[in-house]
Each structure stands twice: as C-alpha cells, then as structure tokens.
Design a protein around this ligand. Structure first.
Ligand SMILES: Cc1cc2nc3c(=O)[nH]c(=O)nc-3n(C[C@H](O)[C@H](O)[C@H](O)COP(=O)(O)O)c2cc1C
Length: 155
C-alpha cells in the first residue's frame, strides 16, 4: 500500500534517470533529491567506465555527498538509478548503507539501454532487507508511457 509522504531520490550520470525522476516527482510531489558521488565521476565516457568498473570489481562503495534534504519524515522513497552492468551503481549500495531507511518503503526505478529493473531486484532486495526497509516491485523507466502507467497506482 502506498503511504505519503513521498520523496524521489536518484543518481544520474548523464541525465536520463534525472528526467525520469523529475517526471515522477512532478506527478507525485515531495522532494526531489539527487545523489552525488564525491568526487563526481569523470564526464569522459571511457574514464567513467574505467573508474566504475574498478569500483564494481573491488565492490568499493564510493563516497556519497551528504544529502541536502532530510528523509526522516518520508515513508515512501522512489529510488532511481541507471543500470550499470545489469546492476545498480554502487552509490546506491552506499545510499542504503548510510541512510536510516528503517520502516520505509522503497520503490526502485531504473533507466538503461535495454536492461530491465528485474536484473537489479536481487541486489536491491538484500540491500533493503539489511536496511530494514520494504522493497516493492520496480519500474524500468525507459519510456514515458511505462513511467506514467506505473505511477498511476500511486496517485
Ligand atoms: C558503466 C555503464 C554500464 C552500463 N551498463 C548497462 C547495462 O548493463 N544494461 C543497459 O541496458 N545499459 C547499460 N548502460 C547504459 C545506461 O544504463 C543508460 O545509458 C542510462 O539510461 C543512463 O542513465 P543516466 O543518464 O541517468 O546516467 C551502462 C552505462 C554505463 C556508463
């Protein structure tokens, strides 16, 4: 069951997930909170891939810049990220590890070239369980139509 108040929290490297997050927030309201890596990933694609791949191989959680909005009053968090190698980027693991999410409901969404949210659900389930949060089925937000249909149930 959907419980207000809601927040939309997302990481986006090249703006695609940011667009989906903005679309969701526009409909559902609540704060829109961007996750930032410290330092930011390089904009150059091959440098980004190199760094992200190193993190992935060593399971290194990048530093997350402190959030500018408190999530303590929020009960439902839409959590968005680009799929990287069929998984959430490790900054998402870091978000789970460093944020008090006990009792909250997490609604995950991803953007990708073709990967579905299903590929990330196993990881998300174990992160949510460890954090004491409830994970709902998620959304592959690669089309506006799919996104709008999915969030209709939350309006
Ligand atoms: C390091 C890296 C790994 C990626 N791995 C996948 C993948 O496994 N499957 C896929 O469909 N797209 C993959 N992509 C493409 C991104 O998921 C896609 O471009 C996404 O929409 C970017 O979102 P953003 O603009 O919010 O960063 C990858 C992109 C990068 C940079």
């Amino acid at each position: 069951m959907f419980m207000q108040p809601v927040a939309v929290v997302y990481f986006s490297q090249t703006g695609v997930t940011a667009n989906a997050a903005t679309e969701i927030q526009r409909v559902l309201g609540g704060p829109l909170v961007e996750l930032h890596r410290q330092p930011a990933y390089p904009e150059n694609y091959s440098e980004l891939v190199q760094i992200a791949d190193k993190e992935r191989a060593a399971h290194l959680l990048p530093t997350l810049m402190p959030l500018t909005t408190t999530l303590s009053d929020v009960t439902t968090i839409f959590l968005g990220f680009p799929t990287w190698w069929s998984q959430p980027p490790l900054i998402i693991n870091q978000f789970f590890a460093t944020t008090d999410l006990r009792g909250k409901t997490i609604v995950p969404f991803t953007t990708s070239v073709s990967s579905l949210i299903d590929e990330s659900m196993g990881t998300l389930r174990s992160l949510a369980k460890k954090a004491g949060a409830t994970l709902t089925p998620g959304l592959t937000a690669n089309s506006r139509e799919d996104t709008q249909n999915f969030i209709r149930q939350y309006q």
